[in-house]
Ligand binder design. Structure first.
Ligand code: MRU
Length: 351
């Protein structure tokens, strides 16, 4: 399986997702600031993957703090955690992972600083391991929703590259294939960063799963032709009521799916659910540089001086979501009550 991110010799190594599929290059981060840069520049992207990167970034930051006094260490690490959380605003997994790191500090104030540093590194590595296990569990639950000989449309990349490995939406596809089902995927290209055309297509070609890339504006055409059996996407944040923030364009796909009576599934770990917010209206939407729209692969394709906007995500209201696939099972509407009920179930061990 492709290694999206790894911790090695007190450094963080990430595959450079800006360069795929043409080049397989790795970026090595030695300090926490370079992890923040990598997250902002989309070297690593995808909600669970940036959570893992953030946790590893906090661990790197901790290792570089030069003091043996616990109070000073905590104050400096607090700054690291704050900077890390601010790297990208929409995916809640990032704040969730940093919060896990903060809790390690809170639980271990009595130990030596050197020991606390090791505990922080261990926690970051555990977040990575758990993410893969969570994705496999999601795959096991979600694959039951797919029939043999199905065509799944997906938007953006919610695969190995967006996670610690295996993937969320693509994890469901992988699990269905592992269960012997013949699944093919239609991958929206996902302008402007082309996560679908470059990353989803690359992963699925590597896995030997049939994939066809289509332009974003062709999704309706394929649905109208009766060629799509299900839509599965990932999520960056899910509000308590089931509203879903995901890659810009997801909302259009969901509305189309409803019109064509095609089930619209969201596969996401519980760490993507933000119970602190009631609805999608409260989810901050990252606005990216307008150059991502005015230029294509660094070449301008719009007139100079024209205005452009690049919202990175949109909100799909919960009424368009058929079910949410999590590591604890598949949740059907009403999400407000059913998500809470699911979370209160005893944790399965996903070590
Ligand atoms: O801007 P990106 O590439 O980080 O956006 C990623 C997505 O929107 C994914 O669909 C989402 O994070 C789920 S990844 C399992």
């Amino acid at each position: 399986m492709i290694k999206t991110i790894a911790w090695k010799d007190n450094k963080v190594i990430m595959i450079d997702q800006r360069k795929l599929p043409l080049q397989e290059k790795y970026v090595v981060c030695k300090g926490y600031s370079s992890v923040i840069r990598a997250i902002k520049d989309l070297v690593i992207r995808g909600a669970p993957a940036i959570g893992i990167a953030a946790a590893m970034g906090v661990a790197l930051g901790a290792l570089r703090i030069r003091t043996s006094k616990m109070d000073q260490f905590k104050a400096k690490l607090d700054v690291v955690c704050g900077d890390m959380t601010a790297a990208r605003p929409t995916a809640v997994n990032l704040a969730w992972a940093v919060e896990r790191m903060r809790r390690v500090v809170a639980r271990n104030s009595h130990v030596e600083v050197a020991q606390l540093k090791s505990l922080l590194v261990a926690e970051a590595e555990k977040i990575l391991r758990q993410d893969v296990a969570v994705n496999r569990a999601m795959g096991r639950h979600g694959q039951r929703l797919l029939n043999d000989r199905s065509c799944v449309l997906t938007h953006c990349n919610a695969g190995s590259l967006a996670t610690g490995g295996y993937g969320t939406a693509l994890g469901v596809v992988r699990a269905a294939v592992e269960a012997g089902k013949r699944i093919e995927v239609l991958a929206d290209e996902t302008r402007p960063f082309l996560q679908g055309a470059r990353l989803t297509a690359w992963e699925l070609v590597e896995a030997g799963i049939p994939v066809t890339v289509i332009t974003d504006n062709a999704a309706g055409y394929f649905m109208q032709q009766g060629q799509v059996d299900a839509v599965i996407v990932g999520a960056d944040r899910i509000a308590s009521n089931g509203d879903v923030a995901n890659k810009i364009g997801t909302y259009m796909v969901a509305v189309l799916a409803r019109t064509h009576k095609i089930p619209f599934y969201v596969a996401a770990p519980l760490s993507t659910i933000d119970f602190a917010i009631k609805s999608g209206k409260e989810i901050p939407i990252e606005q990216r540089d307008e150059n991502e729209v005015t230029h294509f692969q660094s070449k301008r394709n719009t007139p100079r001086g024209v205005a452009a906007q690049s919202p990175a995500f949109d909100i799909t209201p919960h009424r368009y979501v058929t079910a949410i696939i999590t590591e604890k099972g598949v949740v059907a509407p009403p999400f407000k009550t059913n998500l809470r009920r699911l979370v209160s179930l005893k944790e399965p061990s996903l070590e």
